[in-house]
Design a binder for this molecule. Structure first.
Ligand SMILES: Nc1ncnc2c1ncn2[C@@H]1O[C@H](COP(=O)(O)OP(=O)(O)OP(=O)(O)O)[C@@H](O)[C@H]1O
Ligand SMILES: [Mg+2]
Length: 254
């Protein structure tokens, strides 16, 4: 029988979520800029791909070529996965360039013609966006993960916050619950704060990232904790971690 649970294989996450999460979960990663939300999603993707799963990464903040460079900076080579389509970059950024008649010829480099590059004509059209997500989710049912970076950026282009909230509720019901694919999104603190609270309530899990406030004047020490995770046991305390190229997120023990 297909397992009910999903394990990330990312050191600090596995420590705070010793049983993993239920596959039928919509999870938010919240934190201010620089706390490591995007690197966390990149490592979640890389670990999943190494286990033979499929990954859909929905990019709102950067082009696929830029995302690839971020993976490389961590020592994670995902080029082959994108070429085969096991890692799909759903590009919700490049439409901005098209609207300004900017073409970055040759920008894809090794990803030119890769199966995993999926252009979204206009991510402000939420119905068309949803159709593309649903199609990928159906194909990967039960063996993959969907990562959205970032929902805050999506909010800046969505027609209005309530339509986006509706879309997230549909994602939770169809993608996470029906197709058993966890969905993890990032959310910056300090923008759309009213929306943040309704989104947290609509999610099954909330993970917080922060700089340790006790030493913040001296050093920016990254920390992570789980505030809520429906259906899973979790540690209640803040865990300190660092980003180590070649290794990913590493727990820093006191
Ligand atoms: N390749 C790398 N090598 C070492 N450290 C890195 C690397 N990539 C990221 N980091 C660390 O992670 C921090 C940024 O993380 P990240 O981009 O994930 O932040 P974020 O929370 O997504 O920010 P934002 O809200 O602005 O998107 C950097 O400031 C740096 O400390
Ligand atoms: Mg980020």
């Amino acid at each position: 029988m297909e397992p009910l649970r999903y394990e990330f294989g990312v050191e600090p996450l596995d420590l705070i979520l010793p049983q993993g999460i239920l596959k039928c979960s919509l999870i938010g990663v919240f934190g201010e800029t620089g706390t490591g939300k995007s690197v966390l999603l990149n490592e979640i993707a890389y670990r999943a791909l190494n286990r033979g799963e499929r990954v859909l990464m929905i990019l709102f903040e950067e082009t696929p070529a830029s995302k690839l460079m971020h993976f490389s900076s961590l020592g994670f080579d995902v080029t082959e996965y994108v070429r085969k389509g096991d890692l799909e970059f759903m590009d919700c950024f490049t439409y901005r360039l098209r609207e300004r008649d900017i073409e970055l010829s040759g920008d894809l480099g090794p990803l030119d013609g890769a199966r995993g590059i999926v252009d979204v004509e206009d991510p402000r059209n939420l119905d068309a966006f949803w159709d593309q997500v649903e199609r990928s989710a159906r194909e990967m049912a039960g063996r993959g993960i969907i990562l959205m970076d970032s929902l805050t950026e999506f909010l800046t282009i969505a027609p209005d916050p309530s339509s986006l909230l509706e879309l997230m509720k549909v994602m939770k019901a169809v993608v996470s619950k029906h197709y058993r694919i966890p969905v993890v999104y990032t959310f910056h603190f300090g923008m759309f704060d009213d929306f943040r609270y309704v989104l947290e309530i609509a999610s099954d899990g909330v993970i917080d990232l922060r700089f340790n406030p006790e030493v913040i004047k001296e050093l920016l020490i990254k920390q992570m904790r789980v505030r809520r995770m429906s259906g899973s046991k979790h540690r209640p305390d803040w865990i300190t971690f660092d980003v180590v190229p070649g290794k990913g997120l590493a727990v820093v023990r006191k």
